[in-house]
Design a protein around this ligand. Structure first.
Ligand code: FES
Length: 69
């Protein structure tokens, strides 16, 4: 799904950027250029970043504490 039409950025690209090391909305924006033109996508882009970081942290918690499952 396209999140940013101006830059042609999809939610998958945002997720990939986070898996490859971006750890904030600002870093994703600097890396992909998302929300750098009209800015209409900022809300959705932030939401995707927040969800992906949440998923990442919960999967890391599972890896760090496997006995807790
Ligand atoms: S839709 Fe993302 S900057 Fe316009």
């Amino acid at each position: 799904m396209y999140v940013c039409l101006c830059q042609g950025v999809t939610d998958g690209q945002i997720r990939d950027a986070i898996y490859e090391g971006c750890c904030s909305y600002r870093e994703v924006r600097e890396t992909l250029g998302v929300a750098s033109q009209c800015g209409k996508c900022a809300c959705l882009a932030k939401q995707v970043v927040r969800e992906t970081l949440g998923d990442l942290h919960s999967s890391q918690a599972v890896l760090a504490y496997p006995a807790a499952i």
